[in-house]
Design a protein around this ligand. Structure first.
Ligand code: MG
Length: 413
């Protein structure tokens, strides 16, 4: 099974330059070289994309059209054609998928690609990035910028730095030098509130945060502070989640009393994992990615949303419907990068669902997996007849069980 201590990953973030505006300039040669805004030109209109020529006047997306017009009287407004952009986006996704089987689409014009497994076949990451850029240019006649880094956040910041129409690779040993001078707002999850708190304590750059004592950031922002400290050091545990992972299974429950001892969380993980395994087998699907989620008991804001939520995930080398495999994966996430403060809610989820029956079995795993699958099938039959309590594996007491909630989530496409 793969773990978070695998060799450095190679993540690419590909982001089209001024996507809607570029499509318009491509299809209407008279617009090329001119400042173009896609959006409504009426009194209440808003710019949804600005060409690079328009950006030189300080025009950007989400700006009121009236203001944009004032900044650049020659600005050409184009109404835009969402159906066309969607069609071009689908072609773009196909190109991305030629370069990696693990593509996470973030929006119509932007995606993460995990190249970790592809470079042996395709060559060094930078060359792959340049080939991808050329292919997008050849097929769609549109510019795309590419950022490459060992983690998602760095790849994303790098693609922004590569714009327009460029490529920037940040090698693992350059990550800290790359991040250090950037403003703290470039860290994912640092919104206006956290930024204000951090700036008041004299944290201005990512480097300031990377050098800070994590405990002092924890004092300011609770467990988020530790997360931010990790991100500032370029440690980002988020994996690239393929597009098809929109559908997921998850279970979670809120504890009657907050739990701090990680060992005490293990039986809850096991119970959720076994239950997820049963649901996967019932639906005849397997999951490739296991997610551990928790809510810190330490409030960082008012209301029910005041408790920060954390997730950790790991992608397995082959998909599973076995509760024990899910348990092991989630338990190892718990101990490697799990909660550092008391927990009020814990959940386990599975994504990356697949109905592939052609499981790529490792030679040594094959026999064990067949044995487990026979066992699970038998257990499922017993459960169906007598209920979960018939099986001695479950150790979570009834009072806690009462808080259990299950859900099948369906994400946006
Ligand atoms: Mg873009």
């Amino acid at each position: 099974m793969n773990t978070l201590s695998d060799p450095p990953r190679i993540i690419m973030h590909a982001d089209m330059d001024a996507f809607y505006a570029s499509v318009e300039q491509r299809d209407h040669p008279e617009l090329q070289g001119k400042p173009v805004a896609v959006g409504g030109s009426s009194a209440r209109g808003v710019v949804s994309a600005a060409s690079y020529e328009a950006r030189q006047f300080g025009i950007h997306s989400a700006m009121p059209s009236v203001e944009a017009r004032r900044k650049c009287p020659d600005l050409v407004f184009v109404r835009g054609n969402m159906a066309l952009y969607k069609k071009e986006s689908a072609r773009l996704l196909e190109i991305f998928q030629d370069f990696s089987p693990v593509v996470e689409r973030v929006s119509l014009d932007e995606a993460f690609l995990d190249l970790t497994g592809s470079t042996r076949l395709l060559g060094p990451a930078e060359a792959v990035g340049q080939r991808l850029r050329k292919k997008v240019r050849d097929v769609l006649s549109l510019p795309v910028s590419v950022g490459i880094g060992p983690v998602k956040m760095v790849a994303k910041i790098a693609s922004a730095g590569a714009k327009p129409d460029g490529l920037l690779e940040v090698k693992p040993h350059h990550v800290q030098t790359f991040l250090d001078p950037l403003p703290i707002s470039r860290i994912w999850g640092v919104g206006p509130v956290a930024r204000h708190k951090l700036e008041e304590s004299n944290f201005k750059t990512i480097g300031d945060l990377a050098r800070a004592e994590p405990a002092s950031l924890q004092g300011l922002l609770g467990e988020w502070g530790l997360e931010i400290a990790r991100l500032a050091r370029g440690e980002d545990f988020r994996e690239v989640e393929p597009y098809r992972e929109a559908i997921s299974y998850s279970e979670e429950h809120t504890f009657t009393n907050d739990i701090f001892d990680l060992k005490k969380l293990e039986p809850f993980i096991r119970e959720h994992a076994e239950s997820l395994g049963r649901r996967l087998r019932k639906s005849k699907v397997k999951a490739r990615t296991i997610v551990l989620k928790w809510k810190s008991a330490k409030r960082t804001g008012p209301g029910v949303r005041g408790y920060p939520v954390f997730t950790r995930r790991v992608t397995l080398s082959s998909p599973t419907d076995d509760g024990r495999v899910i348990t092991n994966a989630a338990t190892s996430l718990l101990h490697k990068n799990g909660p550092v403060t008391a927990v009020r809610l814990l959940g386990v989820g599975c994504t990356g669902l697949t109905d592939e029956t052609a499981d790529q079995l490792g030679l040594f795993d094959a026999e064990e997996k067949t044995r487990r699958s026979t066992l699970n099938h038998t257990l499922d039959q017993i459960t169906q007849k007598f209920g979960n309590r018939a099986i001695g594996e479950l150790s979570v007491n009834n009072q806690e069980k009462a808080g259990l909630s299950t859900q099948v989530k369906r994400g946006d496409d």
